[in-house]
Design a protein around this ligand. Structure first.
Ligand code: NAP
Length: 323
């Protein structure tokens, strides 16, 4: 097994969880690269922290990220917590606006307008999903595109589609940063993205097909109505699995030497865990990893990169504001 920086956290974790692997499987496993999202995210966080120090030394403003959270969904609380912690790590100011599940749409829209008008806030996110009585599209449309560091506003999605400079949504941006770090060429490659959500699959497909450094791929965007999915994934040099179905992608769907990026994070009940659940990816890691050139683990792959990409977008926001 190779890692480009010799870091072992995700790798050690992998081995501790897979002590009983057969020796023949190990031989294959050792020729595979485990893409270590935590390692790359930590490296980027250090670079962001340096930029913040330089900004402050030059009398410039401390970057400030705000997050709006409505309700008490366990996953959302965890994700927002990670974002707040990451802000602290790099020296950003962060503000969490946490409202009760019953907060009205009008109230949330008003909070968005206040954040748009607040010069101290450089960028903000509205954590999804929102409770059913709030129209998420309406809320996302109300965000000032200049502060939309999640890159979900149609103005920013449109710019991405045209290949213009913009805030790229955090998970697809994180995926391209991982591919860059591990020198995984995308130009001319066959990429299959499974899942067409507005926050992951679709922007990832646009980004990788754009005329850009980590782009120029021939991308097939698959979804629940796709026929003969296996025939498509078997052709792919790079597979991005983002459908939210635990262990959906199996070894028989992947060609030898493919790169597999697992975006999925589903909480599967697990009585042996203190939390009561295990986080499962969309890829059957133990068998798919035997065939791959490189693969991301879950956790420790795409997840940390999503958080750090949000920080990168916030840094971009404060720089563009000139403050
Ligand atoms: P989503 O909005 O639920 O979309 C799922 C997509 O998968 C849809 O386009 C759906 O097709 C497609 N799909 C469902 N079943 C399929 C099947 N059997 N074959 C092919 N396509 C299928 O999901 P999302 O928000 O993009 O999230 C996907 C996963 O990534 C989830 O597990 C989520 O928790 C995780 N996630 C992780 C991160 C991270 O940082 N690691 C960030 C965001 C999301 P239709 O459009 O036809 O319904």
């Amino acid at each position: 097994m190779q890692t480009s920086d010799g870091n072992s956290t995700a790798i050690e974790k992998y081995f501790s969880e897979n002590k009983r692997r057969e020796s023949s499987s190990r031989l294959n496993f050792f020729s595979m690269t485990l893409i270590d999202g935590k390692l790359v995210a930590d490296k980027l966080k250090n670079e962001i922290a340096e930029s913040v120090k330089t900004r402050l030394a030059n009398g410039k403003k401390q970057p400030h990220l705000a997050a709006v959270l409505v309700g008490n969904d366990g996953g959302s609380l965890t994700y927002v917590g990670h974002k707040v912690k990451a802000c602290e790590q790099v020296g950003f100011k962060s503000t969490l606006l946490h409202f009760e599940d019953g907060a009205t749409e009008e109230f949330i829209l008003n909070e968005v307008q206040k954040l748009n008008a607040n010069d101290d806030v450089d960028g903000f996110i509205v954590q999804l999903p929102l409770p059913k009585h709030i129209d998420a599209d309406k809320v996302l449309l109300a965000i000032d595109p200049a502060k939309d560091v999640d890159g979900f506003h149609p103005v920013n999605v449109g710019k991405l589609t045209l290949g213009l400079e913009t805030y790229i949504s955090a998970t697809p941006l994180g995926i391209t940063k991982l591919l860059e770090h591990y020198n995984i060429e995308t130009s001319g490659k066959e990429v299959v993205v499974i899942g067409r959500s507005n926050i992951v699959g679709r922007p990832a497909s646009i980004l990788l097909s754009n005329q850009a450094k980590t782009g120029n791929a021939t991308v097939t965007l698959c979804h629940s109505r796709t026929k003969d999915l296996k025939e498509k994934t078997l052709r792919a040099d790079i597979i991005i699995a983002a459908l939210g179905k635990p262990e959906f992608l199996t070894a028989d769907m992947v060609k030898e030497g493919a790169v597999v990026i697992d975006v999925g994070t589903t909480r599967v009940p697990d009585a042996t865990k203190k939390s009561g659940f295990t986080l499962k990816g969309d890829v059957k890691f133990n068998e798919v990893s035997q065939k791959c050139y490189a693969i991301t683990p879950v956790p420790g792959g795409v997840g940390p990169m999503t958080v750090v990409s949000l920080l990168l977008n916030t840094l971009k926001a404060v720089e563009q504001s000139g403050r």
